[in-house]
Design a protein around this ligand. Structure first.
Ligand code: SF4
Ligand code: SF4
Ligand code: FES
Length: 282
């Protein structure tokens, strides 16, 4: 009847003769496994789901050569040197996330070695003088092929410099063009105006292609000159004025090494401080 409250019924609550209630479904298991377990070259390892194959191999103590990869930068997978075999296929290990239990990765099969040799033959033709590439080429028995060494410019187009510049903020350089014409440059192939002279690109370039020089309190890089601000404590010239301004710092701030010393002396003073009776310690 309208307005009448339904009274609870005995038994299963659905009235006499009603079929027994089906068992309540179990609450869904919310926790998907956070770890995956498998092997790299037969070495058993358990890693957080999504860990790259490269990382897992390194945790196992298995070395995989890399070139475009840098621990501090987002991966790009551009050089293909770090290939390994998983599920019978070649995978770019620095980009390959391990998601399933029971993975079996191999890093030294004939197919892996052939692929690395092929990649190295391309790299050595582009940067025949780069010590790291020469060393790897020697290890893998790869020699430069004069037929393909047309004006090697020392850049392997790995993009590490571009990613470093982006990660630091200025985004002053990019890889532009296609095929053999592809190269790292500023906008419109001119010296990058947004460059702050921080050197991050040069320091993370694996071939030494990006050069810079420092003389008389100035730094030259990318055909641009930057003046280096002196540290007020020791006079060392570490940062460019543009770098300090970009990060909102003060030109009168101490250099990192003096800052460390100043901080250590402040901590020492604080440790030696004895509060007068009744006053709290700072
Ligand atoms: S030196 Fe210039 S181009 Fe290189 S990372 Fe710094 S800002 Fe970017
Ligand atoms: S300049 Fe160096 S870091 Fe940049 S793409 Fe070329 S080889 Fe890689
Ligand atoms: S290091 Fe993995 S693709 Fe370059």
């Amino acid at each position: 009847m309208p307005g009448q409250l339904e009274t609870p019924r005995p038994g299963n609550g659905r009235g006499p003769g009603a079929p027994p209630a089906s068992p309540q479904p179990e609450p869904p298991r919310s926790a998907t496994p956070l770890l995956v377990e498998g092997t790299v070259n037969g070495i058993r390892i358990s890693v957080p789901k999504g860990t790259t194959l490269l990382r897992a191999a390194r945790l196992c103590g298995v070395e995989i050569p890399t070139l475009c990869h840098h621990e501090g930068l987002p991966p790009e997978g551009s050089c293909r040197l770090c290939v390994a075999e998983i599920r019978g296929q070649l995978a770019v290990s620095c980009m390959f996330p391990l998601r399933d239990d029971g993975f079996k990765a191999l890093t030294d099969t004939p197919a892996v070695m052939d692929a690395r040799r092929y990649v190295l033959s391309l790299l050595i033709n582009r940067a025949p003088k780069a010590p790291r590439i020469r060393k790897l080429a020697d290890e893998y028995g790869v020699a430069p092929d004069p037929r393909f060494m047309k004006d090697p410019d020392g850049c392997v187009r790995c993009g590490r410099c571009v990613r470093a510049c982006r990660a630091n903020g200025p985004e002053a350089i990019a890889l532009a063009g296609r095929g053999f014409g592809r190269s790292v440059t500023g906008p419109f192939r001119k010296p990058p105006e947004a460059c702050i002279g921080c050197l991050a690109c040069a320091l993370c370039c694996p071939t030494g292609k990006i050069t810079f020089a420092e003389k008389d309190g100035a730094r030259r890089i990318w055909d641009r000159e930057f003046s280096l601000a002196p540290c007020p404590e020791c006079g060392a010239r570490v940062f460019t004025a543009e770098q300090i301004a970009f990060y909102g710092g003060s030109a009168s701030a101490a250099c990192p090494s003096c800052r460390k010393k100043l901080m250590a002396s402040e901590l020492k003073k604080a440790a030696a401080y004895e509060a007068p009776d009744g006053l709290p310690l700072p």
